[in-house]
Design a binder for this molecule. Sequence first.
Ligand SMILES: *Cc1c(COP(=O)(O)O)cnc(C)c1O
Length: 227
Amino acid sequence: MKNRIEEIQNRIKTAALRSSRRPEEITLVAVSKTKPVEDIIEAINSGINVIGENYIQEAREKYEQLKDSDLSWHFIGHLQSNKAKYAVKIFDLIQTVDSLKLAREIDKQAKKINKIQDILVQVNIGEEASKSGTSSEKTLNLIKEISLLENIAIKGLMTIPPYYDEPDKVGPFFKALRDLRDNIIRENIPGIDLNGLSMGMSGDFEVAIENGATLVRVGTAIFGERN
Ligand SMILES: *Cc1c(COP(=O)(O)O)cnc(C)c1O
C-alpha cells in the first residue's frame, strides 16, 4: 500500500505543478468505506492522515478503534438528518450537506456538544436524478441560509460528477463547480470560506486538480477494489 500511496502523492504533485499550483494546497482523502480498520492503520503508517467514510454505522465502529490515531475524519456519504448527531461526534468535515433541513439538524446537534461543525455544500453539478446534492441554481441561496446557522462553518463545495470512462470528459463538470464557487465568492457572504473544492476520485483526480480541487477523494487506487 505504501507504494500506491506514494505514487498517488507523486501524481498529485505533478498535476498541481502542471497547473501552476502548490502541491500543499491539495489534501488526499483516503476513502476507506467497506475496508477494515487494519487497512486504515496501514494507510496511516504509509502517510495518510485524512480518511473519508460513507456510512455512519460503519464509521462509528471504526472510530471506536481509531479515535486515538492522529486522523482527520471526513463524511462523504449521504447523510440522513436522524444520523446527524453521530456525524457531528465523529467527523471533522461533513462534505455532503445538500439541504437546509440537514444543515439545521447538524447545527442543532453541534450546538449540543459545543462544536462548530465544518461542512461542504454538495452540488449535483451534472443535474443527475440519481445523485444527491443541491442544484447549481439553488446553491447560492442554500449557502446564504446555512451561513446564518451559528454552529456550522461552510468551508467550500463538493461534487460527484457524472461518470465517464475517459477522465477528460469530466473536466467541464469540475470547472463548472469551480466557476459556481467563484461566482458565490463575489457575493461576499459574511462568515463563510469557500476555498474548499472537493472533487476527483481514483479515475480522475488529476483532472480535478487541474480544475482547482483542494480535496481529492481516492479509494480504490489506495485500498484496491471494494467487494
Ligand atoms: C467511494 C467514493 C469515492 C472513492 O471512489 P474511488 O473511485 O474508489 O476512488 C469518492 N467519493 C465518494 C463520494 C465516494 O462515495
